[in-house]
Design a protein around this ligand. Structure first.
Ligand SMILES: Nc1ncnc2c1ncn2[C@@H]1O[C@H](COP(=O)(O)OP(=O)(O)OP(=O)(O)O)[C@@H](O)[C@H]1O
Ligand SMILES: [Mg+2]
Length: 344
């Protein structure tokens, strides 16, 4: 099976469906309903993000789509290939970076890529130039001949990212691409992920339980919980469904805060501290000039004023009834375990 170079043929047609699922279900032995009927369409060139807490069914969905496990029922196609009946063709056009690390730390970076290239029957010379190209893509060129055991956690994750690209796939699955990395290293990884989409035209499907990650990266987000997609939309669409911005103002007295709270055109108001008011309005940009006039007319001087737009945290809370951060104890524990693996 020769991969060829699919990348060169890519035209960015965003209306072309790359992944489509119909009522996809996975029930594990023991009756664990990990995925309970997922329907979605992913278009060419998109970065599509599954956002959900631990155990939501993200990895199970990725594993089914990438043909490593079979669905219990339902169907899915990748570039028109059925994930069960046509799994060989699916594997040819997809790359997968699983949640667990797969690179061999007893090999050098370049050897890891070449080893995977051999699985795809890529000729040795082609494999070497592909490995060099991929290492350069994630700024690892000068570390290609170093053993992976000497890599930092971030470097190893970067290597993992490009190992999945060795056969020039058109679709890349990234299961928790930044789990266990610190915030700075994580944001650098986002740049590499964007580069893979922008420079290589690869459609990317990623899972994450980091709100900031899907907010920053994904063109389309599906919030997944208990094996079901709760809502799908762009980050802005999801946030705008919450209807309203928060204007938070601090005053020198309780009386001023209360007077401010009497402003008419608001959705509601609360007082986190006696001298401080949190006012929800439909749109802060259009409301602020009138609010300023109201303050002047009533001779109220604010000490501090800030505007907060809805965050994805609030979206998650709204749709699932709980905060994604409530789940973090398990996540942090697992991240630490993962970091130990990354450091080993
Ligand atoms: N091989 C398996 N056998 C039985 N149950 C499983 C198996 N793999 C996952 N599960 C269960 O299926 C549910 C969904 O798990 P999955 O790994 O898909 O979630 P996830 O969203 O990827 O979570 P995480 O954020 O922890 O990676 C969980 O209840 C999990 O315990
Ligand atoms: Mg998972």
């Amino acid at each position: 099976m020769s991969a060829g170079n699919c990348w060169r043929n890519i035209t960015m047609e965003s209306n072309e469906i790359i992944v489509e699922t119909k009522d996809l279900v996975k029930t594990y032995p023991g009756g664990i309903k990990a995925v309970q009927g997922i329907n979605l369409k992913i278009m060419k060139g998109q970065i599509y993000g599954f956002l959900g807490p631990n155990g939501a069914g993200k990895s199970t969905t990725i594993k089914m789509l990438s043909t490593s496990i079979k669905p219990t029922s339902g169907t899915a196609t990748i570039l028109g290939y059925d994930i069960v009946k046509d799994s060989m063709n699916v594997r040819r056009v997809i790359g997968v970076v699983p949640q667990d690390l797969t690179t061999d730390e007893d090999l050098k970076g370049i050897e890891n890529i070449e080893m995977v290239a051999r699985f795809y029957d890529i000729p040795r010379k082609e494999a070497r130039s592909k490995a060099e190209e991929l290492l350069s893509l994630v700024d690892l060129s000068e570390f290609g001949n170093k053993y992976v055991s000497s890599y930092s956690g971030g470097m190893r994750k970067r290597l993992e990212l490009v190992v999945g690209l060795v056969h020039s796939p058109q679709v890349l699955f990234l299961d928790e691409p930044t789990l266990g990395l610190d915030v700075q290293t994580r944001t650098k990884m986002w740049d590499y992920i964007r580069k893979i989409r922008d420079d290589l035209g690869v459609t990317i499907i990623l899972t994450s339980h980091y709100l900031e990650e899907v907010d920053s990266l994904a063109d389309l987000i599906s919030i997944i919980d208990h094996g079901k997609i709760i809502v799908t939309g762009t980050s802005d669409e999801l946030k705008s469904n919450l209807k309203g911005d928060i204007i938070q103002v601090e005053f020198s007295s309780e009386e001023d805060a209360r007077k401010f709270g009497e402003y008419g055109n608001k959705i509601d108001v609360s007082y986190p501290h006696p001298n401080e008011a949190r006012m929800k309005v439909k749109d802060a940009d259009t409301e602020l000039p009138d609010i300023m006039k109201y303050l002047v007319a009533n001779e109220i001087k604010p000490l501090k004023l800030s505007v907060h737009r809805p965050s994805l945290d609030q979206v998650f809370l709204e749709y699932t009834g709980r905060e994604i951060r409530e789940e973090e104890s398990g996540d942090v524990r697992r991240s630490e375990l993962n970091m130990r693996r990354l450091r080993r």
